[in-house]
Design a protein around this ligand. Structure first.
Ligand code: GLV
Ligand code: GLV
Length: 326
């Protein structure tokens, strides 16, 4: 039997490609940029397996162009770029990379919270642009983390890791998610609130939910208005969970005090975008999981998923396990 054919849409770090080569005939997009759509459609035609990135759109059109495709494995935990329902309908398992990036991403979210609440961007701009004057008792004062209330929107793996960090900082933690989570309440001492209740009570709100139809623009103009004027908003999930225009307006009009963002909508954020120039908006370019070690672990986990599928086994980290017989 001929070895299965795998298309890798961008060179992954670590041993991922070697792991795949041991079991398949691997073709990797050679350029250091996202694979163009037409190229992806053409290459997918002969593929049994696809190893993809969050910059690839895996939709019904692509699946139609890939009649042999038996597995999709993404090097990311979020899979909002993939039409999972369309994959499921065709019996195609979709792999992702949870767990290995949880702590790294929680570190990023916490960093954003500190940076935004304590005005690191404004402070740094003053240093660089020569505005650092004499010590002044009320210069650049921000908001405390310790003794404050953190509201976590989406208490998944990353949300729980952020809650553990918050406990170390002496914060009280509220959470909201679709279903109440008594196990997490017991383990972490977090308290459940409705979304509206959480917005009203929290000094800082961290958005850590996945993006789907139910969370697109979850944080809209009304949600921002429901937050405290002194509040900080952190988004380390996906840009479209927050209405970008509403956020830019809220930050410039003092509806909320500050934001720390790892993700934006659109991405990349154009440098002339209103959010980019707001001094109270601390933005980093989608680097939540970007440490050397974590990116290697993600790349290898995605390879393990794809190999398992092509060898006829269950993907260990599968977003749609319903494709497998019970
Ligand atoms: C990165 O954003 C991921 O989903 O892994
Ligand atoms: C992602 O890993 C999450 O569940 O938060």
């Amino acid at each position: 039997m001929a070895a299965p054919k795998i298309v890798v849409t961008r060179r992954p770090p670590g041993a991922a490609e070697e792991m795949l080569r041991a079991a398949a005939d691997v073709w990797t997009w050679p350029e250091n940029r996202a694979m163009p759509r037409d190229e992806l459609l053409a290459r997918a035609g002969g593929a049994d397996g696809l190893y993809c990135m969050l910059t690839d759109r895996i939709d019904a059109g692509l699946l139609d162009a890939a009649p042999r495709l038996g597995a999709v494995s993404q090097m990311a935990v979020g899979v909002d770029n993939i039409d999972v329902a369309a994959c499921t309908a065709r019996g195609i398992p979709v792999g992702h990379t949870p767990d290995v990036l949880t702590e790294t991403t929680a570190d990023t979210a916490f960093g954003l919270l500190i940076a935004a609440a304590r005005r690191f961007r404004e402070g740094m701009e003053d240093v660089v642009e020569g505005r650092w004057g004499e010590w002044d008792p009320m210069y650049m004062v921000g908001r405390d983390l310790h003794g404050s209330v953190l509201g976590i929107v989406g208490l998944g793996r990353i949300g729980r890791a952020v809650a553990r960090r918050a406990a170390g900082f002496g914060m009280r933690v509220l959470y909201t998610k679709r279903f109440r989570d008594p196990a997490a309440e017991e383990e972490l001492g977090v308290e459940y609130r409705s979304f509206e209740g959480l917005l009203a009570e929290s000094d800082h709100v961290a958005v850590l939910t996945s993006l789907h139809a139910g969370t697109r623009h979850l944080v809209d103009r009304a949600a921002l208005a429901a937050m405290k004027p002194s509040a900080t908003l952190v988004n380390a999930s996906r840009g479209p969970v927050v209405d970008t225009d509403a956020l830019a307006e809220a930050l410039s009009e003092g509806v909320i005090a500050a934001a720390g963002l790892d993700v934006t909508d659109p991405e990349p954020l154009p440098p002339d975008h209103p959010l980019a120039s707001l001094p109270n908006c601390f933005i980093v370019p989608h680097i939540g999981s970007a440490t050397v070690r974590t990116r290697i672990l993600m790349a290898e986990r995605a390879a393990v998923n794809l190999r398992a599928a092509l060898e006829g086994n269950r993907m260990p980290y599968c977003i749609n396990p319903e494709v497998y017989p019970a």
